[in-house]
Design a protein around this ligand. Structure first.
Ligand code: FAD
Length: 1009
């Protein structure tokens, strides 16, 4: 008996032989397009610019804009294409109308290679042609990027219309193999789940399924009546479990239980694909009805890698191409071995993968009409033809829709076709030999010098982490703590368990901690759950003046020793604290849900940020801790180093209740200051937890003192205290400015000039340019404005939209806001929870009233819980720059939309505020993006992404003007503000003799003894 490998090689050779009989280049459309693709494969920068240009083009309405973008994207290219573009652009500027049309036509041509038709009528032409070629079809409706429930309803309606149309038009068509229609209906529709619910949150599969199932049932019902096959496509990893659960839930319902014409996709590039497939097969056996699995490698490889790396998640996909190939083969075996319950559809263009499935099918004695090969429209035409000639069942995946909604599909195809790793490029462009193309991928994995790629290790090269090279960006020497990935069921369960556990101890009492002692006093403040204000989260001691005095004295006394403690020991304290936070991570997040109304993921990112502050500042302290030589000069050495300032008063807000408190306190601690830590009254239990963590981590008595209390009672007293040397404050402008002023007054017997590290509010603007990608701009703007109820100092409150786009943006913005989930954040998928307390609630409502009198109320969310401090997300239009709602900080879910004539006016409006904290700009014009980078006045300017969510080390955070003193939390310079610089100079010459070498660094200067 011949080995499987020999069989595969033989079949592969046969396919190649048939393919070579009808040679076809990788890109079937000749001319312009082929040249572009060839160039893209040679020149990575050109490829990036080209894909970006293709991406923006359909949204440009005027020919002049098209020419302008062409110019911006390509004229500084240095390759063979540049002279052509330059000439083209010059000519185009003379006759923009003609050139704009020409470019649009060419890019449409490019899209037509992959998109089978603009509409149901149009696609029928392709399907008829394929039918004659004995190729079946599955149709996919483009436009999955939905931002609102209105858009999902439209998509569902279009799906139904498409079904009817296809069924009507193919009436009487026979099976291409004249066999097996009961397994393979003629009409086959591929559905993308993400297009049917705009609020899918990976943390809340139950909610997603509860919304998706009613949308899908009518489609399935009609499909069943019409004898149509429905396939659930698979999208990004975050949707995977939801898609699988939904499939299993729907097709187990009595109505659909016996219906065999349902299929789902398994992506072999996922590490957990085999487990999912085996689970599905078990489910299928219990259901006792056939179903289909389309096995693919997967279309979102780049996205998954980028997203996971950014969030510090374990990467769910294999990292080496042969691993995906090998897994595809392993899963092919699982599928074919279970042919009695599952029909296999192999979705691949790779001749090796295809030949493997064929050989295995034969080995297992499965008739070739009982499974099928599926390939994408516009790709690998000769392979399809060869398979038909060999008597296999072939189905083509035919996307239908306009170019604009089809853009993400088109970009995925362009990436795939030009990928260095891809089979199609290797075979049809790079002419790699058959022998190489048919190699066993398992052998390649084994032979790889790195073995199988490690999902946790790609984020950084180790050599980068020592920061040895000057070329390394400063943030790169630090690797952030990971976020929790709530797409995993285990994370969801841990969070639910933590919520139960924290709920059980609500109402506990918390003391002050001064000098390591728990101080119980009668005066307490109840911290309430803003979702249910009758629930007391904790009763926290409220310090008065005597306790404040005691805390200052204790901190002062502890300073002598702590300031002389080696920085390495102080850094380790922070690292131990981070490790404890990691251990108690879910519990801390759960507490934030109760105490400050944070949705799950927001709470988790607060804990991550706190850990990051500990770890980042520990690392930064090591960087600056040792005395450093100022200059090499013979006979003398001067060392620059730092001393701590003294007693630091840390006054923190409630909106990032652990992260900001922790960030300011750890910066003070690691630099050798002693600390009085005053949390906000509304989040004092979170503060108590942080204290507990530091006690467990071993902070010496008196070095960190926990002093919750009312700002009006102890705040001013401590700020003015002669023995407080530094005040680190984050909070409102009103309080911040008072501190700034009062700290400038020198009190009798005060030792030091007080240093104030001050972060205040913002009135942050986002500009949406006329060529912006609205799918992204709308979603990110909504998140920036309404995420955590707009209670982030970075939150968006002024959305500035260019006139040209205004109506389109507004229409989508309002319906997307109407779709937001508002409710108790104990529920996992909530986007908008309650505002912090009654005062905030009343203040925000009064601003809404002001808004109604100044501007036009365009939208107010209707579905808001009656109990708790819930404020409906609210949008005002007809807003003018001088109105109160655009000048004053509201700190709630209220958004003003302003119309700007052009970018000049938009930037002017954005900058026309007292604040300069964050800002955002959505655009696909390279020139406008450069302009925004240069001109927008804000401490943190974000392009083409939300303006909230700064990450320590990556986005050092803080503003200027009335937003703050220009400090950058989580940045390289931050610790310097907690330090006094010193220089020690020694004449090292003795009678004209001096050592030749002076070390760059010295150990810390310490008294020996
Ligand atoms: C009919 C059909 C329907 C499809 N439906 C879906 C769907 O619903 N969902 C979906 O996600 N995909 C889907 N795909 C798959 C996807 O769109 C790609 O076409 C497919 O992954 C390409 O694989 P290949 O075997 O043709 O080519 P090959 O060139 O052999 O494989 C390319 C694939 O390998 C993987 N890969 C690339 N680089 C690496 C690396 N460094 N490490 C590990 N793996 C790597 C990627 O998945 C890449 O797409 C479908 C494909 C077809 C043909």
């Amino acid at each position: 008996m011949r080995s499987l490998q020999t069989e595969i090689e033989q079949r592969g050779a046969r396919i190649f032989e048939l393919v070579d009989r009808h040679p076809e280049p990788l890109f079937s459309k000749a001319g312009f397009y082929q040249r572009l693709m060839a160039l893209s494969m040679r020149d990575e920068r050109f490829k990036v610019q080209m894909f970006r240009f293709v991406d923006v083009l359909p949204s440009l309405r005027r020919s002049g804009d098209i020419v302008q973008h062409l110019d911006e994207y390509f004229t500084d290219m240095r390759n063979g294409f540049a002279p052509l573009v330059r000439t083209g652009v010059r000519a185009a500027k003379i006759v923009p109308w003609i050139s704009g049309q020409l470019l649009r036509w060419n890019v449409s041509g490019m899209a037509r290679q992959f998109i089978a038709g603009k509409n149901p009528d149009d696609v029928m032409k392709t399907l008829r042609k394929r039918h004659e070629q004995k190729i079946g079809f599955t149709v996919d409706l483009l436009g999955e990027a939905v931002v609102s429930e209105k858009e999902t309803d439209e998509y569902a309606t279009r799906c139904l219309e498409l079904l009817e149309h296809l069924a009507r038009e193919t009436d009487g068509w026979s099976d291409p193999l004249d066999d097996g229609t009961e397994l393979f209906p003629v009409v086959n529709l591929s559905v993308k789940i993400s297009a049917l619910y705009s609020q899918t949150n990976p943390a809340d599969p139950a909610d997603a399924i509860a919304h998706l199932a009613p949308k899908l049932r009518p489609i399935l019902r009609r499909a069943k009546e019409l004898g149509v096959f429905i396939n659930f496509d698979m999208e990004s990893f975050s949707h995977k479990n939801i898609t699988l659960d939904l499939f299993k839930a729907l097709f187990a319902e009595p109505e659909f239980r016996d219906w065999p014409h349902a299929g789902i996709v398994i992506q072999a590039y996922l590490r957990d694909a085999e487990k999912d497939l085996v689970d599905l097969i078990d489910w299928g056996r219990a259901r006792r009805t056939r179903f289909t699995v389309r096995l693919v490698k997967g279309a979102y490889w780049d996205y998954e890698k980028i997203k996971s790396t950014q969030n510090g998640w374990s990467i769910p996909v294999y990292l080496q191409k042969p691993e995906s190939d090998a897994n595809f083969e392993a899963l092919s075996r699982v599928l074919l071995e279970n042919e009695s319950i599952v029909t296999a559809a192999f979705g691949s263009h790779n001749v090796r993968s295809i030949a493997h499935a064929q050989a295995l099918g034969d080995e297992l004695g499965i008739d070739r009409t009982r499974f099928e090969f599926q390939l994408l429209y516009g790709m690998a035409g000769p392979v399809k033809r060869a398979l038909v000639e060999m008597g296999y069942r072939v189905r083509e995946y035919c996307p239908v829709g306009e170019l604009l909604p089809g853009m993400s599909y088109l970009v995925r195809r362009l990436l795939e076709n030009t990928s260095n790793e891809g089979f199609l490029r290797a075979k049809f462009s790079d002419n790699v030999s058959e022998k190489i193309l048919l190699r066993d991928p398992n052998g390649l994995v084994r032979e790889s010098p790195n073995g199988a790629g490690n999902p946790d290790s790609v984020s950084k090269d180790r050599h980068l982490l020592d920061g040895a090279s000057l070329d390394v960006p400063p943030g790169d020497v630090y690797e952030n703590a990971p976020l929790v990935n709530f797409a995993y069921q285990q994370s969801q369960e841990e969070m639910r368990a933590a919520l139960r556990q924290v709920r059980a101890r609500l109402g506990k009492k918390y003391p002050l901690v001064i000098g390591g002692e728990r101080v119980w006093i009668d005066r307490t403040t109840a911290s309430l759950n803003p979702s249910a204000p009758d629930e007391i989260v904790g009763d926290v001691a409220a310090a008065g003046i005597p306790e404040a005095e005691r805390a200052v004295k204790t901190a002062r006394d502890a300073f002598a020793k702590w300031s002389r403690t080696p920085f390495e020991e102080r850094a380790r304290l922070l690292e131990r604290a981070a490790a404890i936070m990691e251990r108690r991570r879910y519990e801390l997040s759960a507490l934030e849900v109760f105490e400050v109304g944070k949705p799950w993921a927001e709470a988790d990112s607060d804990i991550r940020e706190a850990m990051d502050f500990c770890l980042f500042y520990a690392q930064q302290m090591r960087r600056i801790g040792r005395p450093r030589l100022t200059q090499h000069v013979p006979g003398e050495e001067s060392y620059y180093h730092y001393w701590p300032r003294g007693v630091a008063l840390v006054i923190a807000p409630w909106n990032f209740p652990i992260a900001i408190l922790c960030g300011m306190a750890t910066a003070a601690l690691v630099t050798g200051n002693t600390v009085i830590m005053k949390p906000a009254e509304q989040s004092a239990v979170c503060g108590a937890m942080l204290m507990e963590i530091f006690e467990e981590a071993g902070v010496p008595p008196g070095v960190l003192n926990f002093l919750p209390g009312h700002g009006s009672v102890i705040g001013a007293h401590l700020v003015d205290h002669k023995d407080v040397d530094l005040i680190a404050f984050t909070g409102s402008r009103e309080v911040g400015l008072k501190i700034w002023e009062s700290a400038g007054i020198t009190r009798p017997s005060q030792r030091e000039l007080k240093r104030v590290v001050c972060e205040m509010g913002g009135k942050n603007a986002v500009i949406i340019d006329s060529d912006a990608d609205l799918d992204e701009a709308i979603v990110d703007s909504i998140y920036s404005a309404f995420g955590y109820q707009g209670q982030k100092c970075s939150a968006l409150s002024r959305l500035i939209v260019l006139e040209e786009n205004y109506d389109r943006v507004l229409e989508r913005l309002l319906s997307a806001t109407a779709s937001l989930r508002v409710g108790n954040p104990e529920e996992p998928g909530m986007t908008v929870g309650p505002v912090i307390d009654k005062t905030a609630y009343e203040r925000i409502l009064s601003y809404i009233e002001i808004g109604k009198s100044e501007a036009t109320l365009a939208f107010q969310h209707q579905n808001v819980p009656a109990k708790g401090y819930f404020i409906p997300p609210t949008i005002f239009v007809d807003v003018k720059p001088n109105m109160r709602i655009v000048r004053e900080e509201i700190f709630g879910p209220v958004l003003s939309v302003l119309k700007a004539r052009d970018l000049d006016e938009a930037v002017k409006i954005a900058n026309g505020t007292d604040y300069a904290l964050t800002a955002g700009f959505f655009s696909r014009s390279p020139a406008n993006i450069e302009r925004a980078k240069a001109e927008i006045e804000a401490g943190n300017v974000y392009i083409n992404r939300s303006c909230t969510g700064a990450v320590v080390g990556r986005h050092p955070f803080g503003g200027f003007k009335m937003s703050g003193g220009g400090t950058k939390a989580g940045g390289e310079d931050y610790l310097l503000q907690f330090l006094l610089p010193r220089v020690v100079t020694e004449n090292i010459t003795r009678h004209g003799f001096a050592p030749e070498e002076t070390p760059l660094y010295r150990d810390e200067f310490r008294v020996r003894g």
